[in-house]
Design a protein around this ligand. Structure first.
Ligand SMILES: [Zn+2]
Length: 218
């Protein structure tokens, strides 16, 4: 599982750089990382809205796996005590594709880069300043088969190669952590550990995951 962070340079940001030398008091205040990705000023990168963030489920995601997305979203919401995601299932005959389109989505992709075959998923987060503007979750359905709750029932698409089974809810829980701005971490039984093993049902947030998101969002 991997995390791509893409920063958009905006005029405001450039202005900070240009004025930085003369007006140092303009520099934003550094914050604790709390497990979050930080910008060059040491500020946590996050969504700055208290309302739900839309997450479009592409029709490329198999129907059997969609409930797992709702449960993974609910796990983060339970920790924060509020609605965080508005999960919207798309129902189009030609599935939407990831890209910089001002739409947050989760997509099943039957083609995956040959040099990144060990990744089950990847979340791209686009931000400006310290504010996330868009995030997309790509799921590798070329190299991995997934299951929801029952490991005996593997879901494959036409393009899925032979593979062991991976818990889809566990994968989405991890990618939603990135979606919210969290980075990888390895200690404390966290769901943000980089690797997810086959048939590993890591579907519960660890205490460290809860305190991380609460630090920023509550
Ligand atoms: Zn990851």
């Amino acid at each position: 599982m991997c995390f791509d962070m893409k920063m958009k340079l905006i005029i405001r940001f450039i202005m900070f750089v240009l004025l930085g030398a003369a007006v140092t008091s303009c520099a934003p205040k550094k914050s604790e990382d709390c497990g979050f990705v930080q910008n060059v000023y040491g500020q946590r990168i996050s969504w700055k809205t208290s309302g739900p963030i839309q997450l479009h489920v592409s029709s490329s995601v198999p129907a059997e796996l969609k409930p797992a997305i709702h449960r993974a979203a609910a796990s983060w919401e339970q920790t924060l005590g509020r609605k965080v995601f508005e999960v919207i299932e798309e129902n189009t005959s030609s599935p939407s594709q990831p890209g910089r389109d001002k739409k947050n989505g989760i997509y099943f992709l039957g083609q995956w880069e040959s040099d990144r075959k060990s990744e089950q998923g990847r979340t791209s987060v686009y931000w400006a300043g310290d504010e996330i503007q868009e995030a997309d979750i790509r799921i590798n359905s070329a190299d991995f088969a997934y299951y929801d709750q029952n490991p005996q029932q593997l879901v494959r698409t036409a393009s899925t190669k032979s593979s062991a089974g991976y818990n889809f809810e566990a994968l989405v829980l991890h990618e939603l952590g990135h979606f919210l701005g969290l980075k990888h971490r390895e200690s404390g039984g966290t769901v943000m550990a980089k690797e997810l093993g086959a048939y590993t049902d890591r579907v519960k947030l660890a205490a460290v995951d809860e305190s991380s998101v609460q630090c920023e969002y509550r």
